[in-house]
Design a protein around this ligand. Structure first.
Ligand code: IMP
Ligand code: MG
Length: 184
């Protein structure tokens, strides 16, 4: 599968090192609380969150939310839809939302809005990747792995048509593979 990439933007080793440091940063940021609730936005944040929570030293409660940003025609929709909501009670909890990538910010804004209705004590957001110059809504990431240029990337949880999530690195697909007719 690696041969399908035109370039590798972040190597497996760079990811693993950064994720460990991020885990430490998160543990320090929450040093004065007893417990945090980590919410992974699936499917994209699955691999990242699985690795990240193993580097968080304070107790973690864990749940997932499924958010759809795309209609059938693969064009992003302005208002992402929450397809599967979490089950945990978040009242008075310290919530850390984790996504794979902060792009336009619509997904992040939608999820934060939904979480805040559940009356948590605090809400913060972290993402493995952040695309430069793409924000359409005013959201910021409290914990970010890497800033990348505005290119469509796959790997380490990020997909193209549900493929390539298994790659251990982050890369840009070869242009001829970005729209294979058989995948649409
Ligand atoms: P936003 O709502 O525009 O911030 O987009 C966030 C979501 O879009 C992410 O959770 C990803 O699922 C998806 N996304 C944005 N850019 C990429 C990319 O380069 N590769 C794969 N998925 C992406
Ligand atoms: Mg996603």
């Amino acid at each position: 599968m690696l041969e399908d990439l035109e370039t590798i933007l972040v190597t497996e080793q760079e990811i693993q090192e950064r994720v460990e440091v991020l885990g430490q940063e998160i543990s320090e940021a929450y040093a004065d609380v007893d417990e945090i609730t980590v919410i992974a936005i699936i499917n994209g944040a699955l691999l990242f969150t699985a690795d990240l929570i193993r580097h968080i030293s304070i107790p973690v409660r864990f749940d997932c939310m499924r958010v759809s940003s795309y209609r059938e025609d693969t064009k992003p929709v302005q208002e992402p839809e929450i397809i599967d909501m979490l089950r945990l009670n978040l009242e008075d909890q310290h919530v850390l939302i984790i996504d794979d990538i902060l792009d336009t910010g619509h997904t992040c804004a939608r999820v934060i809005d939904a979480i805040k209705r559940l009356k948590p004590a605090t809400v913060r957001f972290g993402a493995l990747l952040e695309k430069e110059g793409r924000r359409e809504v005013d959201v910021v990431s409290d914990f970010t792995g890497f800033s990348i240029p505005d290119q469509f990337v796959v790997g380490y949880g990020l997909d193209f048509a549900e493929r390539y999530r298994q790659l251990p690195c982050i890369g840009v697909l070869k242009p001829e593979l970005q729209n294979p007719p058989s995948w649409i």
